[in-house]
Design a protein around this ligand. Structure first.
Ligand code: CA
Length: 707
């Protein structure tokens, strides 16, 4: 059917009213997502927009908006909400708002365009990621957001694609595989833009991949450059001098294992220096004894790296954790700022690293200016100011000792990916910190597995002991805090101890406010200077995502997406489940001073009853089931068969009472569209039944504990 003129408008309006893609939807005839270098450079003069992931390419997440301030924030009310058509797992997105349109991503890499003043759906886009790929997303099938440039949006997908989407229509323009689909890469991070180049990394350092950052032409999708973070096989020749130098810091045949060092989250850009900054993840496997048997720093894992934006050429690196073995990715957000250091203004890059140190580096040279701990650590005692290297606790190298070592921080990090913000007004950096220890013990690699974490780590030996005293101590010792950190003095200015850990990212505003979502289902505003809580609203679901603020026609809004999840939630089992909101609706919440919206009543948490069938496994069967559960199942369904997140808790699953149903799910892929992969290539029918016996047994133990 051919329709022109008003007819097309009517059809489109009707489709929009039905909540279906309108085909050309945009607001008031404005072109969509027109972002360019000049506009980004002048972002502070146009503060109603949120045009890139960290608002500006320095990733400060500081909004100059002042209509909502410490005096009137108590009057903030819900303006609108929008229920996202997404599974109720971890939402990690930072929405963009450009010229009155909000672009928000969800689990399984879906993208929604909403009217930023009303929440009306303009269009949505689903890249249709195959459910089976979920097994390659180590830490939830989450997505942290899109980038915008000259009318297009750029979306990374769990299965490794970079897709350019027409911002006006929601239709794909080009699509590139950024990975080798035969390898277990994934993308959860937001692409960034450096003057017309789309920058995208990936995850998978737990699954045997070699990390890199790529740049694509925003118009055409042509790959412009790729910077590998670890060297490949020397026999193939090195891509550049940086790789040749890096190879001297490795031993053995690391390339056979991939090497790791994935760039799965932070990327910042300094247009004046033409430098792109990014952080790299852990080495693959975690055990250095297995990946580089004679030690070495293993460049450029666990490092902050600067390359030229135009060419991808190496400029400098600072390795936060040389020869890293504890999953201390250096992938937490990098913020570029100008700070007074020793009487001089220094152009710095800052990071609150997973390893527990807050780093301030000169961003032109990589020189370490200072580093101090912001949470409890025991793997090191400080940084040697002369060498810039950590002073390690030798006992922490569990791969060398062969012993169990409980390290602080654990793999969840002293601070992970959750967005931090910097207010030039207060001079403080705001981020959620985590105090938590975890056991580390070596295990042999299983290089043939397509499903396991192949990291040389013993998931069974490090499972939470079921001794009530140990469990109580572990729960009490897991503490979340919102920190306001003075990066010049390198100390806490103020902090708030959370009722539950693993809270959301932050945004700071010129209204002297800091906003943050909580795991227990609250959205809170603090006085940025002193940490006094000024406002809060119940959100029903917990929050891990990062808030933004924007304005349209002079009215300021504050937005956040609900949906709790991510690495700590899905893997930490009982420790994660101890405190969390009872429901997990994926929803955009937007607040204003004159808001009149109301949330519908919270859904029934619908917790399934704990009604296991009769215990049926003998000691051998239970031991086998437990050994298979860790690590095949525990990284999603939770340590010791207790789900910390909203991925089904198997102790309460009806499938444990139904042998045939259990087999269809575990061995026939009945729920693979939802990410529950078919494990039959590696788990036998007897093995599946042993896992069922173990889960049933655990359900009886949980019953006996009265949970
Ligand atoms: Ca990692």
């Amino acid at each position: 059917m051919r329709t022109t003129g008003p007819g097309l408008l009517i059809v489109a309006t009707l489709l929009a009213a039905c909540g279906k893609p309108a085909g050309f939807a945009t607001l008031a005839g404005k072109p969509a997502a027109l972002v360019d270098a000049a506009r980004l450079a002048a972002a502070d003069a146009d503060p109603g927009q949120w045009m890139s992931h960290g608002r500006t390419s320095d990733e400060q997440r500081f909004s100059p908006l002042t209509t909502i301030d410490a005096g009137n924030v108590k009057d903030l009310k819900l303006a609108w909400h929008y229920d996202l058509d997404a599974i109720a797992r971890g939402q990690s997105t930072t929405p963009l708002v450009i010229d009155g349109v909000m672009y928000v991503t969800t689990t399984w890499s879906k993208l929604f365009a909403l009217d930023a003043t009303t929440g009306k759906l303009l269009w949505s886009y689903d890249p249709e990621v195959p459910g089976d790929w979920g097994v390659n997303a180590c830490c939830d099938v989450t997505n942290r957001g899109v980038a915008a440039w000259q009318g297009k949006l750029y979306l990374g997908t769990i299965d490794g694609r970079l897709i350019a989407i027409d911002a006006a229509t929601g239709k794909p323009v080009w699509e590139k595989f950024t990975i080798d689909p035969a390898q277990r890469y994934s993308i959860t991070g937001a692409p960034r833009i450096a003057n017309g180049r789309v920058l995208i990394g990936n995850g998978g350092a737990e699954f045997g991949v070699r990390g890199y950052l790529s740049a694509y032409d925003a118009d055409t999708g042509e790959m412009l450059w790729r910077f590998y973070t670890v060297p490949g096989n020397p026999a193939d020749g090195f891509e550049n001098d940086a790789m040749a130098r890096a190879a001297k810091t490795w031993t053995g045949q690391w390339w056979k294992l991939g090497g790791g060092g994935t760039v799965w989250e932070t990327i910042a850009y300094d247009p004046a220096l033409d430098l792109v900054y990014f952080g790299t993840g852990n080495g693959m496997p975690w055990s250095q004894k297995l990946r580089s048997p004679k030690g070495g720093d293993n460049l450029y894992i666990a490092s902050i790296v600067a390359v030229k934006a135009s060419t991808g050429e190496y400029v400098w690196h600072y390795q936060c954790t040389p020869g890293e073995v504890w999953d201390y990715d250096a992938t937490a957000q990098l913020i570029l700022a100008d700070l007074p250091v020793d009487g001089q203004t220094r152009h710095v890059v800052m990071q609150a690293n997973k390893n527990g140190f807050f780093y301030v580096l000169d961003r032109a040279t990589g020189e370490l200016l200072s580093a101090k701990t912001f949470t409890t650590i025991n793997w090191a005692t400080g940084i040697n100011p002369r060498t810039g290297r950590p002073i390690e606790n030798p006992a922490a190298r569990y791969d060398l000792s062969g012993e169990l070592f409980t390290a602080q921080p654990g793999p969840a990090g002293g601070h992970s990916w959750h967005a931090m913000s910097y207010s030039p007004k207060t001079g403080l950096v705001y981020f959620p910190a985590l105090d938590m220890g975890q056991g580390y013990k070596s295990a042999p690699l299983d290089l043939v597995s397509q499903f396991k974490f192949n990291i040389g780590y013993d998931f069974l030996a490090t499972s939470l002991p079921q001794d009530p005293k140990i469990k109580a101590a572990a729960k009490a010792g897991t503490v979340g805090r919102l920190l306001a950190w003075d990066p010049v003095a390198q100390k806490v200015a103020w902090s708030v101890e959370e009722t539950a850990p693993w809270t959301g990212g932050t945004v700071a505003t010129a209204g002297n406010l800091v906003f943050q979502g909580k795991a227990m289902g609250q959205f809170v505003a603090y006085d940025a200077t002193n940490g006094k809580q000024l406002w809060s609203a119940p959100t029903q679901a917990g929050i891990t995502a990062s808030p933004i603020t924007y304005s349209v026609d002079g009215k300021q809004y504050v937005a956040v997406v609900t949906g709790w999840g991510g690495a700590f939630a899905i893997a930490a089992g009982e420790i994660a489940k101890v405190k969390r909101a009872p429901t997990n609706t994926p929803r955009v919440l937007v607040y204003s001073l004159d808001g009149r919206d109301k949330l519908p009543p919270a859904p029934d948490p619908a917790v399934l009853p704990l009604q296991p069938p009769k215990d049926f496994g003998d000691a051998n069967m239970l031991a086998r089931g437990m050994a298979l559960y860790h690590p095949y199942c525990s990284n999603c369904h939770g340590d010791a068969a207790i789900s910390g997140s909203f991925i089904p808790d198997l102790t309460r699953s009806p499938a444990i009472a139904d042998e045939a149903l259990w087999k269809r799910i575990v061995l026939e892929g009945e729920r693979s569209a939802r990410g529950m992969v078919n494990f039959s290539a590696e788990i036998t029918p007897e093995g599946a039944e042993a896992i069922r016996a173990y889960v049933v047994h655990r359900a009886h133990q949980v019953l006996a504990e009265g949970q």
